[in-house]
Design a protein around this ligand. Sequence first.
Ligand code: CA
Ligand code: CA
Length: 226
Amino acid sequence: MKSYRLNLLMCQANSFTIWVHLAATSKIVSNMSGVMNYRPAVLAFCLSCLVASLCFLSIPANSQSTGRTTDARTFSPNFDELADKVGLRFRHFNGMTGKLFLPEVMGAGTALFDFDNDGDLDVFMVQGSALEAGDKDARTPFPWREVGEPRGRLFRNDLAVAKDGARSLHFTDVTEKSGIVANRYGMGVAVGDINNDGWPDLYLTNLGSNQMYLNEGDGTFVDVTR
Ligand SMILES: [Ca+2]
Ligand SMILES: [Ca+2]
């Protein structure tokens, strides 16, 4: 709609120029004849404005500037929710107490990093736990109902690319095999090659003491916090 208004403005500006020219011409002719009559110029202005408006309104602005039409739907973003379908099954537990502690509403972090150096991004998801000492995960106002204790989880990306280029995305939960035990109240995670061996390591920020895990390069991590 903005482009049409701009076109209309442009055509009116052009028409005004034509009108000024015709008015001046008419004025000269009228002065020469001694009669101040602008009606022909006004009529010419109205007609030129109408014709030019119809002309511009029928042509999209981007066609005038680029010479080709553009379908807005071409640029429409389209995201599908595929977490469950591709194996990223994770439910965050915030250990809500009902006492409105700040960590309850802060959420947690997630790291996208290539822990196995195979060229695709794997995922580490930070998990919470019961907030108050003595609380049971399954007895909070919004209790933990999953199997096992809540803990941060590592998902390996098993992306497969067929010969024809077709991609099949799937993640496998490798938390147990990795040796990562992130069962504290997790708040965030940082990735970096701490020992410069080419394998990205993990630093977990918790409510309380943090944890550092070195990547052994064989799919496992070692807790080197102490
Ligand atoms: Ca990977
Ligand atoms: Ca490393």
